[in-house]
Design a protein around this ligand. Structure first.
Ligand code: PBG
Length: 323
């Protein structure tokens, strides 16, 4: 035998030397759920280890995560049902607790990067990402609402806008609107290939944002489709997206790989709530080793081509890396 691949695996040092994929805390984006009020830290039952935080409780938590090397956070608002309406008007209201929290976070920790979702669902009484009329999700009528939401977030200090609604033309519309108001430096990480997935359940529990009727299949992508992701990516790129996201991550590693091969801007992966919940549940039962499982999952996303990964495991994984 001339060729023995095992020779390159014979010691820890050799294995490290020839390791193809690296992953560090700098690749992680931590999704955080914010709630109005004081002294709130509520665990999300379907997403153990993750919480709805009030701002006062969150500040020391962010400080702890920064010490672990996590600098980028994706902030989601858990909005009171009474404030939700057909047009998601709370999303850009002056007294909005979420925008206030963003402002305070950026003032307190100027070196962090804050990302935000732009979609109607956390604010909508219909629980859909766009305007609903007679059971239909309206596309063009939704865009001005997204524009206003994005501008309000930019004014509050958000660094990266994440259009997550899958309406056609939203990246271009938001880019133009932000530029018109001189927010040319605010980035857009587009949810480019966002699939109509079974794995968003715990996230919708966290925000109580499940659709009140119907599903999201007329705007989120069909899990059977791959080439369609190229079309979405082409459009988002042409409309001015700075980064392209694939969501979910684990069932869609082929899509991450394909976009990485075809586009010269950063590709990110959203390791969504249901993917994380599966691991929490199996680990709780003693069926999986939590540390090993999350390390392998996150590594696989990097190996597929993800430059950065949004994951609820961020803090635990960064803690592991420190050990
Ligand atoms: C809202 C949004 C969703 C997620 C991120 N932004 C849910 C949805 O589209 O229904 C899911 C994230 C997760 O499951 O972790 N547009």
């Amino acid at each position: 035998m001339n060729i023995r691949p095992r020779r390159n695996r014979k010691s820890v040092a050799i294995r490290h030397m020839v390791e193809e994929t690296k992953i560090g805390a700098e690749h992680l984006i931590y999704p955080i759920f914010l709630k109005d009020g004081k002294n709130v830290k509520e665990e999300i039952s379907s997403l153990p280890n993750n919480f709805r935080w009030s701002l006062d409780k969150l500040l020391p938590e962010i400080e702890a995560c920064m010490k672990l090397g996590i600098y980028t956070y994706d902030m989601f608002p858990a909005v009171d049902e009474a404030l939700k309406d057909k047009t998601a008007s709370y999303s850009y209201a002056d007294e909005n607790f979420y925008l206030h929290a963003i402002r305070t976070l950026k003032e307190t920790f100027p070196e962090i990067v804050l990302m935000s979702d732009v979609a109607m669902d956390p604010y909508s009484s219909d629980g859909h990402d766009g305007l609903v009329e007679n059971g239909k999700i309206l596309n063009d009528e939704t865009l001005p609402i997204l524009n206003k939401m994005a501008l309000a977030q930019a004014q509050a200090g958000i660094d990266i806008i994440g259009p997550s609604d899958m309406m056609d033309g939203r990246v271009g519309s938001i880019r133009e609107y932000l530029d018109l108001h001189d927010y040319t430096e605010v980035s857009i990480m587009s949810y480019t290939a966002k699939y109509a997935s079974a794995f968003y359940g715990p996230f919708r529990d966290a925000l109580n944002s499940a659709p009140k009727h119907g599903d999201k299949k007329t705007y989120q992508m069909n899990p059977a489709n791959k080439r369609e992701a190229l079309l979405e990516a082409e459009l988002d790129f042409m409309e001015g997206a700075d980064m392209l996201m694939v969501k979910p991550a684990l069932c869609y590693l082929d899509i991450i790989h394909m976009l990485k091969d075809n586009f010269n801007i950063p590709i990110t992966a959203y390791n969504v709530s249901g993917e994380c919940a599966m691991v929490y549940a199996a680990a709780e039962k003693g069926w999986l080793n939590y540390d090993l499982a999350i390390s392998e999952m996150l590594l696989s996303m990097r190996r597929a081509g993800a430059d950065a990964i949004l994951t609820y495991f961020a803090k635990d994984f960064a803690t592991l890396l420190k050990k």
